[in-house]
Design a protein around this ligand. Structure first.
Ligand SMILES: Nc1ncnc2c1ncn2[C@@H]1O[C@H](COP(=O)(O)O)[C@@H](OP(=O)(O)O)[C@H]1O
Ligand SMILES: CCc1ccc(OS(=O)(=O)O)cc1
Length: 319
């Protein structure tokens, strides 16, 4: 059943609402789509609703590894680390496979891979909330690495990314974007719910929590932590290679480590001179939020997270 409102009505453009049983697709213009499915916003042009319908039964293998993040929290960075821990050809750059194909998104199968036929070990990325995770993951099959980041830096990074990628809704200014972010009307829905959900249900999963800021301050220790969690043994030389591939400088100027192919030639960007990797710093929010916006954010953060057991230590040593 499709219920529609004409996009052009009384001479101005209205958002189109298409309502299915549990799915709402919001289109603000022809390119930009948010797909609301089971209470969570997906990127509407990349998500396949038929696949989502069967996500719960997606067959998980014991040796699968998932990177789970809220958008803009360090997904691509962890993809780079993980794929070079697992594959020598990625570590020494002998293989020229795009990051997106090495560690594809579970819910956004951009290159229509047959996930069931991928050789083990399969590496996946995902932005899904805990409650949409396949049931085998909830039975502690496979390993999950959950990366979280200071939400003010997530907000800042997301603001720029939304203005970069054609399929995300652009904003004129931070105020406008912050409003949508705090309403959870962005891909990934509400940051607070995502982090809280995964952390509060951590005992259902085989999961390692790692902070972007921790990775940023000490990349080598973070790689060792990941390595240990994955029960992998790497020589000192291989470890050095993983760390070296994952530095911001090396990734920023490596097109494969920047989603360049998919962003610039498949999905589309609004400018030619940007990169997926932007600044890669801690505390960039200080250059983008006004005093009022910062205070408002803090009030909401403390209200939403006041009883949350994870200690956030990102306020130390910011730039
Ligand atoms: N090697 C690296 N070191 C530091 N930050 C990195 C990084 N690789 C990616 N990032 C940062 O991670 C953010 C993207 O996250 P995701 O992959 O989840 O979308 C971007 O943040 P900024 O926009 O603040 O620079 C990007 O620059
Ligand atoms: C590969 C590019 C890409 C685009 C959009 C994505 O979703 S989100 O905006 O980060 O939620 C993920 C990857």
């Amino acid at each position: 059943m499709v219920k529609g409102i004409s996009p052009v009505h009384f001479g101005f453009v209205l958002p189109v609402l298409r309502i299915f049983q549990e799915k709402v697709i919001i289109m603000d213009n022809t390119d930009v789509k948010l797909l609301k499915y089971k209470g969570y916003y997906f990127e509407g042009s990349l998500a396949d609703v038929d696949f989502l319908e069967h996500l719960d039964d997606f067959e998980i293998r014991d040796d699968d590894v998932f990177i789970i993040t809220y958008p803009k929290s360090g997904t691509i960075w962890t993809q780079q680390i993980l794929s070079s821990i697992y594959f020598e050809g990625h570590r020494n750059r002998a293989e020229t496979v795009e990051t997106i194909d090495r560690v594809p998104f579970l819910e956004y199968n951009m290159h229509k891979m047959d996930y069931l036929k991928r050789p083990s070990p399969r590496l996946f990325s995902s932005h899904i909330p805990y409650y949409l995770a396949p049931k085998d993951l909830k039975n502690k099959k496979a390993k999950i690495i959950y990366i979280y980041r200071n939400p003010k830096d997530v907000l800042t990074s997301y603001f720029h990314f939304s203005n970069y990628l054609v399929t995300l809704e652009a904003s004129d200014n931070m105020e406008q974007f912050m409003e949508r972010f705090l309403e959870g009307k962005v891909v990934g829905s509400l940051w607070f719910d995502h982090v809280r959900g995964w952390y509060e249900h951590r005992h259902d999963f085989n999961i390692l929590f790692l902070m972007y800021e921790e990775m940023n301050k000490d990349l080598r220790s973070s790689v060792l932590k990941i390595n240990h969690f994955l029960e992998k043994e790497l020589s000192e030389e291989d470890l050095d290679a993983v760390v070296n591939q994952a530095t911001f400088q090396n990734m920023k100027y490596n097109p494969q480590a920047n989603y360049d192919g998919i962003l610039k030639h498949e999905i589309g960007t609004r400018t030619n001179d940007g990169h997926f990797l932007r600044k890669g710093t801690i505390g960039d929010w200080k250059h983008h939020l006004t005093v009022d916006q910062n205070e408002r954010f803090d009030r909401i953060f403390h209200r939403k997270m006041k009883d949350f057991p994870l200690k956030f230590i990102w306020d130390t040593n910011e730039e």
